[in-house]
Design a binder for this molecule. Structure first.
Ligand code: UD1
Length: 432
């Protein structure tokens, strides 16, 4: 068990580089089975979920090698020896994103067996839209005792209208359709930037896809994919947003290198409306909250991209708890994403949850306390609270936080924070 010990009250100052995006890297690793060749993936974040996905790929018969270079961490994945259609069940529960493998393995081997990933801390998280999309492509899918079996001699392109713009379902269907016969059109597709990164990687492989980033993605199936692909994983926009929020909540000045304005617009809007100053520079985004009076913002609602990201909701609510006045934040994507607010209230915040809305009364100060991370972003929010609080904060169960932030304490220390990681490393499990 490891904890973060934080002595709050220091305004963060300085610059940091954002690491590769977990949510882009996971589907890209799954997609690597499609070409049965070698993928060199640069800027791969060093996170538990990624490590688990690599272990799954190895157990499926692929070769995996990692290497540090000037661009960070590179992973070499050779999927030419991948012959097993059974995703190892002991690893599926560790990383929810193993569900991304269903589409690419089915498209490559004609069948796949995978355990149902189940719900997690932030919600029930069904996968009906993934399965509906694959069935529409011609897969026969059975579900028995928590095991999903999907098979198809051939996948056939078709038009698929998603009932909801699910990120994972869009990616899974895109990947399966790469090798289908004919053209697949996904309507009401999710538009997240990580889907665009997946499209970029698949393009390099020779896939014929257009429209990622819009609500209509078109995939023309092809049997010819390149055997060697090199791709650099995009920077993590949620980690970037978290670092901007850390600068804001401590009244500091931070330069977040690798942060892209375009992918963070609603977060930047919220921070500037509250009173922070944000500038776009060549290398990334600069935020200043120094000597500024920070005020409430009007009603905020989490929505699929380009709306306000649910993965930034806990961090922004924490920031708003130190802004003057009453803010309200409505969570429309996951049903159980306010758990952290109880911990935050122990630190002196005044947050009331009314159905799916947090009513946040700004307080003068937060005070250090012993709190527990219950999920990834909620845990990151508690760290932000600790950075701004008076006195010492202990954040327990940081295994959740470390699923999405590579060496968070090092990033924050680079900005002058007084934070230590204490205890020993234990197993972490991935569910976002
Ligand atoms: C991805 C991100 C996660 C982010 C989320 C929403 C990854 C690895 N994770 O998760 O960090 O919080 O997008 O931006 O990229 N749903 C269904 N049926 C389905 C699929 C989804 O009902 O078949 C529901 C979910 O329960 C949820 C909503 O749709 O309420 C959004 O889920 P989705 O967009 O699929 O999120 P994930 O891909 O799981």
């Amino acid at each position: 068990m490891s904890d973060f010990l934080i002595c709050g009250g220091t305004p963060l100052e300085g610059s940091i580089q954002i690491h590769g995006a977990k949510n882009a890297a996971l589907p890209i690793l799954a997609a690597s089975v499609l070409h049965q060749g070698v993928s060199v993936l640069e800027n791969m974040p060093d996170l538990k979920d990624i490590e688990t996905m690599l272990r799954i790929l190895k157990e499926l018969g692929t070769e995996v090698k990692t290497e540090e270079n000037h661009k960070g961490r590179a992973v070499f994945v050779d999927t030419s020896g991948m012959t097993k259609p059974r995703v190892p069940s002991h690893l599926v529960k560790e990383v929810r994103s193993s569900i991304f493998l269903i589409g690419p393995i089915l498209a490559t081997l004609g069948q796949v067996d995978i355990e149902f990933p189940g719900g997690c801390e932030i919600g029930k998280r069904p996968i009906d839209l993934h399965l509906k999309g694959l069935r529409a492509l011609g897969a026969e899918i059975t579900e028995e005792d928590g095991l999903i079996h999907a098979a198809a001699k051939e996948l056939i392109g078709t038009e698929i209208l998603l009932d909801y713009p699910s990120v994972g379902a869009t990616e899974n269907i895109m990947m399966a359709a790469v090798k289908a016969k004919g053209t697949t059109v996904i309507r009401n597709a999710a538009r997240e930037p990580e889907i665009v990164d997946l499209e970029r990687y698949l393009h390099r492989m020779g896939a014929k896809i257009s429209g990622a980033g819009t609500d209509t993605v078109t995939i023309q199936g092809t049997a010819f994919l390149r055997k060697h692909v090199k791709h650099t994983i995009m920077a993590d926009r949620i980690v970037a947003g978290t670092m901007l929020a850390a600068g804001a909540i401590t009244g500091g000045e931070v330069m977040v290198k690798g942060a892209e304005e375009e992918t963070l617009l609603p977060v930047l809007k919220c921070l500037t409306q509250a009173g922070c100053q944000i500038k776009t520079e060549n290398e990334g985004l600069f935020l200043s909250a120094k000597n500024r009076i920070l005020r409430k913002i009007p009603h905020l609602v989490t929505l699929p991209y380009p709306g306000f990201p649910t993965d930034m909701q806990p961090q922004i609510c924490t920031f708003l708890s130190l802004c003057q006045g009453r803010s309200t934040v409505e969570e429309t994507i996951f049903e159980n994403r306010f758990e952290y607010s109880k911990e935050l209230n122990k630190m002196g915040a005044n947050i009331k949850i009314r159905e799916n809305t947090a009513v946040i009364e700004g307080v003068e100060a937060l005070r250090g306390a012993r709190v527990k991370a219950k999920d990834l972003r909620g845990g990151a929010a508690l760290v932000l609270a600790g950075l701004a609080a008076e006195g010492m904060t202990t954040v327990e169960e940081i295994k959740h936080i470390e699923r999405g932030y590579e060496r968070l304490e090092r990033m924050l220390k680079n900005l002058g924070a007084n934070i230590e990681r204490v205890g020993r490393i234990t197993e972490r499990s991935g569910n976002e």
